[in-house]
Design a protein around this ligand. Structure first.
Ligand SMILES: Nc1nc2c(ncn2[C@@H]2O[C@H](COP(=O)(O)OP(=O)(O)O)[C@@H](O)[C@H]2O)c(=O)[nH]1
Ligand SMILES: [Mg+2]
Length: 331
């Protein structure tokens, strides 16, 4: 994409649910070029009034846990009910390889051929914040195009779960039954974000182990102090391959929504998330600009090296760099 089209063309295309224009609009939104960002901003500004109606679900878990197969099964379950489903991904590790969901389209064979579904791989980008911000904007575009459900997949590495949890209504953690410590490999911080945990691959010889893992997760979730929310996180076993318990998990997503709507938390969460995203973007923008200041860019590595060698303290190093910023702000 070189010269962008007029904002109205993207807006009209998305609102008319024209899939080609939907894909083009997401490409526009993902672009880092200033010219594209400007048009994207206008398009998103207009589309905002048409967003907010989708059910936003985040799905995380370590590579190999079964996210893609789970999304294939859940997505197909939903489209069979007549719902439309958009699948997006936040995967910093796949930025170079062109996006995991694309590679995973083979694992989502049914869903990618489904006219009620739309699958988009992770955008490429330098920073996780950038990738996640683009995905959030793509989610809004999909909502404006009328998708009933948006599934956001993310790998359980880095901080991507936190970013995805901050853009969805319901955050599902997929886990595996394993030998020894069942909670091994899953970060405590992720459990705190979970609205539900599903121990997946509960089929064949794995059923018993999965059920034991489920009990351990129940204990672990119980021990995390209650958040003061009307919702208590739930734990399930499921099998995406056998289609086992997928319906129960979806019913849980809907029950969670109902509970939070009744307690007033739903609206509050959405509002808080929007503000949270503004802060994220602001902080990232400030950081980028500060590090791009020539004085700071030029002396950064030298100052870091002096701190590393114990020649100056960390605080003195930071002060040295902030001095340049102070000077800039004063003039
Ligand atoms: N037995 C069993 N295997 C599964 C299930 N779900 C996924 N798998 C297998 O686990 C592997 C990784 O699945 P995938 O969805 O690609 O994992 P991802 O990396 O989290 O997206 C694949 O070989 C799948 O066939 C399941 O419910 N039961
Ligand atoms: Mg996958």
């Amino acid at each position: 994409m070189s010269t962008p089209q007029k904002p109205e063309e993207y807006i009209k295309g998305v609102l008319n649910r024209d899939r080609r224009m939907l894909a083009k609009t997401i490409t526009l939104v993902e672009s880092g070029l200033a010219e594209h960002r400007k048009v994207a901003g206008q398009v998103l500004g207009e589309l905002l009034a048409h967003t907010g109606r989708a059910i936003r679900v985040g799905i995380t878990g370590v590579p190999g846990v079964g996210k893609s197969v789970f999304i294939e099964t859940l997505g197909t379950f939903l489209t069979c009910q007549g719902l439309t489903v958009a699948v997006l991904a936040v995967d910093p590790s796949s930025a170079r390889s062109g996006g995991s969901v694309l590679g995973d389209k083979t694992r989502m064979e049914k869903l990618s051929a489904d006219p009620r579904a739309f699958i988009r791989p992770s955008p490429s980008g330098k920073t996780l914040g950038g990738i996640a911000a683009r995905t959030r904007e793509s989610m809004l575009v999909c909502e404006a195009a009328g998708f009933d459900v948006v599934l956001v997949e993310t790998v359980g590495v880095g901080q991507s779960e936190t970013a995805v949890a901050a853009m969805v209504d319901f955050f599902l953690v997929l886990a595996l039954a394993g030998a020894g410590d069942e909670l091994q490999g899953i970060k405590k911080g992720i459990l705190e974000l979970a609205d539900a945990v599903a121990v997946t691959k509960a089929d064949g010889e794995n059923i018993k182990a999965a059920d034991q893992a489920r009990q351990q997760y129940e204990v672990a979730l119980h021990m995390l102090s209650p958040s003061g929310s009307a919702w208590c996180p739930r734990v399930f076993t499921c099998s995406a391959l056998a289609g086992e318990n997928i319906d129960t998990i979806w019913e849980t997503v809907l029950a969670h929504r109902k509970t939070l709507q009744a307690s007033g938390e739903f609206e509050a969460k959405r509002r808080k998330q929007a503000a949270q995203w503004m802060w994220r973007l602001l902080e990232e923008g400030i950081k980028e600009r500060v590090f791009a200041l020539p004085e700071i860019a030029d002396s950064l590595s030298a100052v870091v090296s002096r701190v590393e060698h114990g020649e100056i303290t960390a605080a003195a190093g930071a002060d040295k760099l902030l001095f340049y910023l102070d000077k800039r702000i004063k003039v």
